[in-house]
Design a protein around this ligand. Structure first.
Ligand code: PLP
Length: 377
């Protein structure tokens, strides 16, 4: 059995983020309060509070699964399994699909939830790079070389964490062709769908592109509701029972209250209001970040994210990403995620979909430390 691999990004977050004032390590938009959610989604509080604190339907409340299915073409409630966040969905998929001898393809940098699970279950994980010099496009030759008859899953995070890149049509086609050539599953983690910076059309799902697709999503990122711990997967109906059986072991079910709140938030009018809030924060926040990074010319650069609240910022300073992140935390109370946690040096991940004053103060602090580092070079 291969050695246990910790989830580098999540370990860093859970060990550092508690109590940090200037927290730029998140990946979703600034969370909303329950009161804001109730108002935006026009929720009847009395009806909500009348619900029993009981186990809900284990695979997901019927009304919620119908709302989720309506977000996908040619899906119905029976294609949907509601999970405890996208986290559980990624975990169930690895445990359900993989059989001895299989390998998994992942793109790097990425959020390693599915790949890490596959590794810890003893499966080979093959890495295909995404190339910063080409705006984080995938390395087509690398993909061709990595895929073989034992490839069971091609795991894609689209839009990507940490780069915010949306796959081009050409890259999508390459991935689908590669999967089709060996009958592999495309497992598409689409939690940043709906966070686009340049258009109001959500990034199209992989669902429907090909028969062997599992699409994963959640309320955590584009909806700003991570504390609901409510996610889902959409899969061919024939695969749902096997995933559901593992879900009974993993968590039994998401909570009743989260299902009710998610169902209200996914009603068309509520969803429009919530995504408009997210897009406003994302679009304003990135422009503020872009300005803030210009203060020390030549030090910071970024391939502008096409979606998500995150930017994967490159820095040109004589210290490692761990050292820079540690100094930001210790000297300025600012938390970012060092690129090392994604296997990429001289970068950090920074979330800018935050209230304006807070964001500006955090950027000023980063620039203060940058000035001190430069004065000693
Ligand atoms: C790509 C991706 N998938 C899944 C998750 C976890 O999502 P959830 O909160 O729905 O479990 C994250 C969280 O950062 C993520 O970035």
């Amino acid at each position: 059995m291969s050695e246990f691999q910790a989830f580098a990004v999540e370990q860093y977050l859970s060990e550092t983020e508690h109590g940090v004032h200037y927290n730029f390590s998140e990946s979703g938009v600034h969370p909303m309060s329950y009161a804001e959610l109730i108002e935006l989604a026009d929720i009847d509080q009395e009806a909500l509070l009348a619900n029993l604190v009981d186990y809900p339907q284990v695979n997901g409340d019927e009304a919620l699964r119908e709302r989720i299915a309506a977000l996908y073409s040619n899906a119905n409630a029976d294609n949907v399994l509601v999970t405890v966040g996208a986290t559980e969905a990624n975990t169930l998929v690895a445990a359900t699909l993989l059989e001895p001898g299989d390998n998994v393809i992942r793109f790097s940098p990425t959020y390693e939830q599915l790949a890490g699970n596959a590794h810890n279950l003893g499966f080979e994980v093959r890495t295909v790079d995404m190339l910063e010099a080409r705006g984080w496009a995938i390395d087509a030759q690398g993909l061709e070389a990595a895929v073989d008859q034992q490839t069971r899953i091609i795991h894609v995070v689209n839009p990507n964490n940490p780069t915010g890149r949306i796959l081009s049509e050409a890259d999508r086609d390459l991935i689908t062709a590669a999967a089709k050539s060996v009958g592999a599953w495309i497992v598409a983690d689409e939690v940043y769908c709906g966070t686009e910076r340049h258009c109001d059309e959500p990034t199209p799902s992989f669902w429907g592109d090909y028969g062997r697709v599992i699409a994963i999503n959640s309320m955590s990122k584009a909806y700003g509701l991570p504390g609901l711990r409510l996610g889902w997967l959409v899969a061919p109906e024939s695969l749902i029972p096997a995933l559901w059986r593992r879900h009974e072991y993993a968590s039994i079910t998401a909570s009743m209250m989260s299902m009710k709140l998610a169902c209200a938030a996914l009603a068309p009018a509520a969803r429009d209001a919530i995504t408009a809030r997210a897009r406003g924060l994302i679009r304003r926040g990135f422009e503020t970040l872009r300005e803030g990074l210009k203060v020390h010319g030549g030090v910071y650069s970024v391939v502008p994210p096409e979606a998500s609240a995150m930017s994967f910022v490159r820095f040109n300073l004589p210290l490692s990403s761990d050292e820079l992140a540690a100094r930001l935390l210790a000297e300025e109370g600012v938390l970012v995620i060092p690129g090392s946690r994604f296997g990429v040096e001289q970068h950090f991940r920074f979330s800018s979909a935050l209230p304006d004053d807070h964001l500006r103060e955090g950027l000023a602090r980063i620039n203060n430390l940058t000035g001190r580092i430069l004065s000693k070079v």
